[in-house]
Write a protein that binds this ligand. Structure first.
Ligand code: AMP
Ligand code: GLY
Length: 427
């Protein structure tokens, strides 16, 4: 089987790494990939935001199956494009990808199908939003979300009316998130702990995968601005068998049934961002793809062939049993460039990669790296994810940090508390 992975981050490196170790996979291709992916796949230059480029590669190279990592090509209809050329691909159509690309669609959809989520109001103008705030209908803090894709930056949590009005102005008047802020969602603040749950769906059936926890804020103890994710661990000890059953029964099943009834059958990975409240699990957001950095910790735990699962998902033949996952916890620490998540300096030489890769059991996944004069240099905000595993969360944390401590580049920053939340719950 010849498989093309679309994307060039650490999540796509983890996909390519997993696929390259499978017996049925003869060839892994990645567009565009990165220097780390080159160790396990053939990389082709491509703009992942332009579905036509991936299509050209898939046709020229005669790939059997394509897997899409990031949300942008999905929201731009890469799956629809491949389907119109009768090429097998795993991911949601642009219509189904609206679960992520429009928070207003996702919220209205959840309301239509009684999926538990925060109370909300969709506002099409700044005046409507300001009027909602003036009525104080959600109390404080109140959550203000830009409707469209904003790379994790379009969400503000406002503690009082002035902060809420400012957040509305930033999104809707200043348009800091561009067209994503043409509509906003006002939302009740949910108290609780956050975890994520993942399934793979084939349009009708769904295979439960497993849970994880991300660390979205840039600094230790969840301080500082939101990022794409500074580290993750899996599984989440908060997602007990009882929580998992509720997530599947109360959220995943109604979502997949509802999408099918509304003519947008959902195929691909579904990432359910959860707040575990005293009223049970509620949806904070959907992502229509695997998480990054969640993929880096979860794919090494998958104890069966990903290529087989993808093939079954692409043809609508996915079994409904849970996927087989190893029980050993995995922890991934993101090494980011100085300045991230704001503007970052690039071109810094990365030292110690080979030494980190030699730590037994540890894996180094590349994201913002590139090759220059025979060296590997930084080329983005999130540069690497270093993954450790162990019998316990403690062991996995120690392995990730032991390997990470061997790597260095100018300005490198990382959180020192990745996985600590798992220790608090699990001892
Ligand atoms: P999102 O981009 O929707 O995942 O939101 C980013 C972050 O904002 C989430 O990871 C939560 O920490 C926080 N958040 C979003 N919505 C809510 C909510 N209704 N209540 C509390 N926190 C929220
Ligand atoms: N880790 C959060 C995301 O992938 O959106």
């Amino acid at each position: 089987m010849k498989i093309l992975v679309v994307g060039g981050g650490a999540r796509e490196h983890a996909f390519a790494w997993k696929l390259s170790r499978e017996r049925n996979v003869t060839d892994v291709l990645c567009a565009p990939g990165n220097p780390g992916v080159e160790g396990v796949a053939r990389c082709f230059p491509a703009d992942p935001g332009n579905p036509a480029e991936a299509l050209a590669i898939a046709r020229r190279e005669r790939v059997d199956l394509t897997l899409v990592g990031p949300e942008l090509p999905l929201s731009r209809g890469i799956v629809d494009l491949f389907a119109s050329h009768h090429l097998a691909i795993v991911g949601p159509s642009a219509a189904a990808a609206e679960l992520e690309s429009s928070k207003a669609f996702a919220k209205d959809f959840m309301a239509r199908h009684q999926v538990p989520t925060a109370r909300f109001r969709v506002c099409d103008s700044a005046d409507a939003a300001l009027a909602g705030i003036a009525r104080g209908e959600f109390g404080y803090p109140v959550v203000i979300k830009a409707d469209g894709l904003a790379a994790g930056k379009g969400v503000a949590i406002a503690d009082d009316r002035a902060a809420a009005e400012e957040a509305i102005r930033v999104a809707m008047v200043d348009r800091r998130f561009g067209a994503a802020g043409a509509r906003i969602v006002l939302e009740e603040f949910l108290a609780g702990q956050e975890a994520s749950y993942f399934v793979l769906a084939d349009g009708v059936a769904c295979m439960p995968l497993s849970s994880a926890q991300d660390h979205k804020r840039v600094y230790d103890d969840d301080r500082g601005p939101n990022t794409g994710g500074m580290g993750a661990f899996a599984p989440s000890p908060l997602v007990t068998p009882d929580v998992e059953r509720r997530v599947l029964d109360e959220i995943v099943r109604p979502v997949l049934d509802g999408m099918q009834r509304e003519g947008r059958p959902y195929r691909g990975f579904l990432y359910v961002g959860l707040m575990l409240t005293t009223d049970g699990p509620k949806v904070i957001e959907f992502n229509v793809r695997f998480g990054d950095p969640e993929a880096q910790v979860m794919l090494p735990m998958l104890d069966e062939d990903l290529s087989w699962l993808l093939g079954e998902a692409a043809t609508g033949a996915l079994p409904s049993r849970p996927a087989h996952f190893r029980r050993e916890p995995h922890v991934g620490v993101v090494l980011a460039a100085g300045g991230y998540p704001d503007s970052v300096e690039t071109g810094k030489t990365i030292e110690g990669l080979a030494a980190a890769e030699q730590v037994p059991g540890a894996i180094v996944f590349h994201a913002g790296t590139s090759r220059r004069d025979g060296r590997i240099v930084t080329s983005g905000g999130r540069v690497l994810t270093v993954v450790g595993r162990g019998q316990t969360y403690r062991d996995a944390i120690d392995m990730a940090y032991a390997a990470g401590s061997l790597i260095h580049f100018d300005g490198m920053q990382f959180r020192r508390d990745i996985g600590r939340k798992a220790l608090v719950v699990s001892g």
